[in-house]
Design a binder for this molecule. Structure first.
Ligand code: MTE
Length: 489
């Protein structure tokens, strides 16, 4: 193997600086220094007001680069506070938004927004409300360490290299892409209500969308020149977990395909990644489950073999339905069967309005009026949702909802050159984000129905199933989504 490129000679990124999260030389995360390091402007200005609620949402306004003409960046009071629940934990330095719903009541931090809060934010989720799935403590990385972050790329390649973030910025085309990340456990609560799975309960807000800025993984792989025999690309984070660092892998053929959109990202919604989301560098894998988007990324290896990381095998699997949690715990071979791995997301949708337990006051509504039922939908592997159907008679009949894809406006703004890099996304049918749907239902129907049900289909004609596919990990739950209708009158 040839020696690594001498691009960088800095400290080990995985060595914590201090227990407070701020080194003596470093400035920490949330100082104004960060703003001087913002990437060059990349938001299509016409999209700002429509897609990002700048004025009504202080935590989002904080994320708008000042170079776009917003003179004052309001102090984000919410996300600069340490939550009392974190005080006695290793994350006692990580600012978190009090609106996030903590899913386990213990460390590590795993949280989602309330579905209504998430939905009303619109297409782009503010970082403070972006769902969090951590398997352990957040690695302590201050600004100094981030500036010297080393990403080692090695293994079966002719030109192993260690990159700093500056190296990545300088050597490769910088792109910004909206991507929806979805936890494989999204909607697991419904499975746990049927039979407790191995995982904790997520509602239907285990997904979020951000503008990620970074470089295409495909460009980096071309640079290091993969050798014959390399079939997998293994990614490793630097979190210190009981069974070793978090890691997983991709097929090399997928990772090299720019249309799959895999990125090494350092910014989210115009600011450096938040600690919970992988500061200073993460992998972003559009269209696949969130578990493939490795945070705090420190190592990439080209290999003949898939990742051997503990959680690559022991997580993110849909085991066959007859295998219960006890059997899965006792018999390890289930986890090592390659047939049960999850890569692409499956097709899914949810109703955000009316919400579960919301009580509708229809008294002021005339008999001829309608009630707007609303929600989100997504599909995996870059596929598009082609229809959303809503039923008020438990699936005997269906009505077609209107779908909007805000992602299309990003393409249409002709930002393809500067935003998407040399891949012309305006011509691409690849979908990396969620879409929204609405259906006006007659008030008379709302008055009499007990429940509203939604399902969707994607362009491969995959349809959400009527029945739940219960499985030991409680993952990929995508049966019809139901909301009971509660009325005042
Ligand atoms: N990367 C590392 N290093 N450690 C982790 O615990 N969790 C994974 C993935 N990447 C994880 C990780 C899982 S299961 C998910 S769903 C996503 O990160 C969540 O990303 P987010 O917390 O930024 O929303």
């Amino acid at each position: 193997m040839q020696p690594a490129d001498e691009l960088s000679t800095h400290t080990d990124p995985c060595t914590p600086t201090s227990s407070t999260g701020v080194s003596s030389e470093g400035t920490g995360y949330f100082t104004s220094n960060n703003l001087t390091e913002l990437p060059t402007p990349f938001y299509p200005p016409s999209l700002l007001e429509e897609d990002i609620k700048v004025k009504s949402e202080p935590s989002v306004a904080r994320q708008i680069p000042s170079c776009l003409g917003f003179p004052e960046l309001p102090q984000d009071k919410v996300s600069s506070e340490i939550n009392p629940s974190d005080v006695a934990t290793p994350d006692a330095w990580v600012p978190r938004d009090g609106r996030m719903v903590r899913l386990t009541g213990k460390h590590p931090f795993n949280a989602e927004a309330k579905l209504k809060d998430l939905y009303t934010q619109g297409f782009i989720t503010p970082s403070s409300l972006f769902f969090v799935r951590n398997h352990g403590a957040v690695p302590i990385v201050d600004q100094h360490l981030a500036n010297n972050w080393k990403l080692k790329v090695h293994g079966l390649c002719s030109k192993p290299v260690t990159f700093t973030l500056d190296d990545l910025r300088r050597k490769f085309r910088v792109v910004t892409i909206p991507v929806t990340l979805v936890c494989a456990g999204n909607r697991r609560k419904e499975q746990n209500m049927v039979q407790k799975s191995l995982g904790f309960s997520w509602g239907a807000a285990g997904l979020s969308t951000a503008l990620f800025t970074g470089v295409y993984l495909a460009d980096v792989l071309e640079y290091v020149l993969p050798l014959r025999g390399a079939r997998h690309v293994v990614f490793e984070g630097c979190d210190d977990l009981p069974n070793g660092p978090y890691g997983t892998s991709q097929l090399l053929s997928w990772a090299r395909d720019k249309r799959k959109g895999m990125m090494l990202a350092w910014a989210m919604n115009g600011l450096p990644l938040e600690p919970d989301h992988g500061f200073p560098l993460r992998l972003v894998v559009p269209g696949q489950i969130g578990g493939r988007s490795v945070k705090w990324l420190s190592r990439i290896e080209l290999s003949e073999h898939e990742s051997q990381h503990h959680l690559h095998f022991r997580d993110n699997k849909v085991l066959p339905m007859p295998v219960g949690p006890d059997q899965a715990r006792a018999e390890s071979h289930w986890w090592y069967d390659p047939r049960y791995i999850i890569r692409d997301l499956n097709v899914n949708s949810a109703i955000a309005s009316p919400d579960h337990d919301e009580i509708l006051d229809l008294s002021a509504q005339g008999a001829d009026g309608t009630y707007p039922v609303k929600g989100y939908a997504y599909a995996g592997g870059g596929r598009r949702v082609t229809r959303v159907e809503v039923s008020t008679d438990d699936g005997d009949s269906w009505s077609l909802a209107d779908i909007t894809y805000p992602e299309d406006r990003f393409r249409a703004t002709a930002y393809s050159d500067s935003v998407y890099g040399d891949l012309d996304m305006t011509e691409s049918d690849t979908c990396f984000c969620w879409c929204f749907w609405t259906l006006e239902i007659p008030i008379q129907t709302i008055r009499t129905t007990r429940a509203i049900v939604v399902r969707c289909m994607d362009e491969s004609l995959a349809l959400q199933p009527r029945n739940m596919y219960w499985n030991a990990t409680g993952m990929m739950n995508n049966w019809w989504f139901r909301v009971c209708v509660h009325k005042l009158s």
